[in-house]
Design a protein around this ligand. Sequence first.
Ligand code: LLP
Length: 437
Amino acid sequence: MNCTENLLHENLGICGDNLTFAGYDTVELAKKYGTPLMLLDENKIRNTMRTYKNAMQRYFGEKARPLYASKALSFVGMYQIAMEEGINTDIVSIGELYTAIKAGFPLENAFFHGNCKTDNDISYAIENKIGFFIVDTYDELYAINKIAGEYGVKQKILFRITPGIDPHTHEAISTGKVDSKFGTAIETGQAYEITKTALSLENIDLRGFHCHIGSQIFEIEPFCDAADIMISFIGEIRERLGYTAEYLNLGGGFGVRYVESDPCIDYSENIRRISEHIREYCENNDLPYPIILMEPGRSIVADSGLTVYTVGSVKEITGYKNYVAIDGGMSDNPRYALYGSQYTVLCANKMREKCDYVCTIAGRLCESGDLIQENVKIPKVQRGDNIAVLVTGAYNYSMASNYNRVARPAVVLLGETDRLAVRRESIEDVSRLDILL
Ligand code: LLP
C-alpha cells in the first residue's frame, strides 16, 4: 500500500515527499517549531463550530447553542475562537474557568460541570458570575444553595440526569448508565426527588436538565433514545411538580474518524434527526419545545489536530517485532495506553514511499505500555524521520502529563499564518514549582 491512501481527512495532502496539513508542510513546521509538535487546523475548528451552531439553530430553534466541551482541548486561544464563533462553553474545573477568563470569554455563557465541585470551586465560579452550574448530586446542590446565598445570588443550574443508556462505546468513556459516577438516575426515582428539592431551595434557579451518554459514539439511536427519555422525564416533572424545564442539554459524544474503518458522521444530519424526535414528542404531549444545548468536544477538535514527532531509534527484534521510538509518547498522548485507541500513523517525510514496514510506534517514557500504536504499516524509517499521528486534537494535549519530567509539546494554530498558541514547555517549566530543600 502507498501512504497516499491513508489520507483520512480533506485537510491532509502531499507536497513533494511531505505530508501537508491545513495546507502547511508538516516537515517544515517540525523544523521551525521542533517536535513533538501539536498542529491545529484553525479553519476546520471554526467550520465545525459553525456547522454545529447553524444546524442547531436551524433544527432546534434560534436559541439553541453548542457548548464547546473544553476538556477536549483547553488553552486560552480555544476559548477565544469559541467566543468569536459565538458558541458557549462547558468547563469542568476552575483551571478551565480561569483559562476562559484569561481569554475574555463571557462567563454568562459558561456551564460548570463536574461530579465533585469543592466549596472553593463553587465560590470562585459564583464570584466570576458563571452562567450555569450543571449539578450532579444533593451535596453539590446544597453547597451551591448555601454559597449562592452568601453572595446574594439566585444561581442558575441544570441537573445532570442519567437516562440509563448504554451507548456501545469504550466502558471508560460511557457515562449515561444508571450506575455511572455522574448524575442522578431517573430509573431509581432519585432524579425526581432531587428536582423536587431544588425547586424548594431559595438560592437555586433550576432551569432544566442535562444528560451525556458517552463519547466516540457513531450510531444516532442512543442519542435519540436519550432525547426521548429526557423529554419524557421533563413531561413527568411537569405533570407531577408543575415545573416546566426551559433547557434540555443533550451533552456531547459524536464519534470521529480516527482510522479508515471508522465511518464519517454528518453532524448536521444527526442533529436534524434528533430534533425530529424531540419535536414529535413535544407535540404529542403538548409540551413547550425546550431550548436545546449540546456539548461537542471531540468532534470539534479531534480531526483538526495532528502530532508530529521525530524518530529517535529503530529496533528490530529478529523473529519478533520492530519498534520505532519517537520523541514523545504517553506524556502527550496517553490514549492508546489507556483505552487501546486506534490511530493512523504516517511517515511525514516519506509520503511517496511504500508502507510495507510493520512496526510498533513506541514512546520515550519508561514504561512498556507507552505505545502510540501497534502493528502499523509505514515506510522503513530511520533516526531523524518525522512521524505524523493523525486526529490528535481531542484529549491528547488536554490529557498530557509531565511523567518522567518530559516537557509538553508546543501547540501551533494553522490559519492564515502559522502561529504559536501554546509555547513548548521548557525543562525549567517542568520543575518550576519545586522548592530546593
Ligand atoms: N459533556 C460532558 C458532560 C462530558 O463528560 C463530555 C466528555 C463531553 C460533553 C464531550 O464529549 P465529546 O463530544 O468529546 O465526546 N478522555 C476520553 C474522553 C472522555 C470524555 C469525557 N467527557 C478519550 O480520550 O477518549
